[in-house]
Design a protein around this ligand. Structure first.
Ligand code: C5P
Length: 314
């Protein structure tokens, strides 16, 4: 039995400006993605000789965070689809694989955990293909990533990046220093599509809910490395729909904001991300939050972290 191990980071959006709904069901975004060192691990376990046809035999997820009610280990899982997509596109026969995912990023939390699984599976599958034929180019891997989901290209890339289009047209952003975070999972998953469509509905009734498509203030703050300025520049257009869907988040945001510099909803939520001044400050904030919300999951992480990589081939 051989294995290929890859990992990819979770993310928080430092800025998430949502524009008009498009004809394809997506929204144009101006998003500043920031990868954190809370990483998903994807292992491909390989046995036997190359065969034609589907590459994936089974998959199994081990949860290091709260597990969802439904079984996510099937052909619809993004990691499964990523492996099949790479092998089909490369046109190379490979031995059948078993996928094992170690899930460290909250499920349906707005931290792109599923996208990180997909990105790690893409690079792992490409390493497998490379053993039996020509691997895919970075450009083709990126195209497959974008076809799997709007956040998957960023999970591949990592770092801190400006995303436009569906959030998948990426350019790296300059930033100075490390950012220290506490992440809180109130265990009330939010469907990403629902958050986006509720924002459209809320905007019909409230013209003041304008799209924030200018991330210049954040960009300058990131280059300065000043945590206070970065905290002041954080913004998320999806916060309003998240708070409407899950009103308890208002209390969590208020308590978490008191514990650190500033608390925001991560992506479409419900994860709350708390920016703190230092690694020490995150430990204090995490304890403070855990005391108030003892049923919630809490972890600390730092960013920026690197994108999807193959960790080991054995
Ligand atoms: O691409 P992904 O499957 O992660 O997106 C989930 C859903 O979120 C989409 O089906 C769409 O409803 C919404 N979405 C959007 N605009 C984006 C990204 C996601 O409307 N830029």
């Amino acid at each position: 039995m051989r294995e290929i191990v890859a990992s990819a980071p979770g993310k928080v959006n430092l800025h998430l400006g949502v524009g008009e709904a498009r004809a394809d069901g997506y929204h144009d975004l101006v998003s500043v993605f920031h990868a954190v060192d809370r990483r998903e691990v994807v292992r491909l376990r390989i046995d036997g000789d190359p065969v034609a046809g589907p590459a994936v035999e089974t998959m199994r997820t081990t949860f290091f965070v709260d597990r969802p009610d439904e079984d996510i280990d099937g052909p619809g899982n993004l990691a499964w689809r990523a492996v099949e997509a790479v092998v089909a596109r490369a046109g190379v026969a490979v031995p059948r694989v078993r996928i094992e995912v170690d899930k460290h990023v909250f499920v349906a939390g707005g931290m792109a955990g599923g996208s990180a699984d997909a990105a790690a599976a893409l690079v792992a599958a490409n390493a497998l293909v490379a053993e039996y034929g020509e691997p895919l180019s970075p450009q083709v891997l990126y195209e497959l990533a974008a076809s799997l989901g709007a956040d998957v290209p960023f999970s591949l890339m990592g770092g801190t990046a400006l995303g436009t289009g569906r959030g998948d047209e990426l350019v790296e952003m300059l930033s100075r220093g490390r950012l220290h975070w506490v992440f809180i999972n109130p265990k009330i998953g939010i469907n990403t599509g629902k958050a986006f469509s509720l924002l459209d509905d809320l905007r019909h009734g409230n013209p003041a809910l304008l799209p924030h498509l200018d991330s210049a203030q954040l960009s300058q703050a990131l280059t300065s490395g000043d945590v206070g300025r970065i905290a002041a520049a954080l913004h998320n257009d999806l916060e309003e729909p998240a708070l409407t869907l899950r009103p308890v988040l208002k209390r969590v945001l208020a308590a978490a904001g008191d514990a650190g510099r500033r608390a925001i909803v991560s992506g479409s939520g419900p994860t709350v991300a708390v920016l703190c001044d230092s690694a020490d400050a995150t430990r204090f904030a995490a304890e403070h939050v855990a005391e108030q919300f003892d049923a919630y999951e809490v972890f600390v992480a730092e960013g920026p972290d690197h994108g999807a990589v193959v960790e080991r081939v054995s």
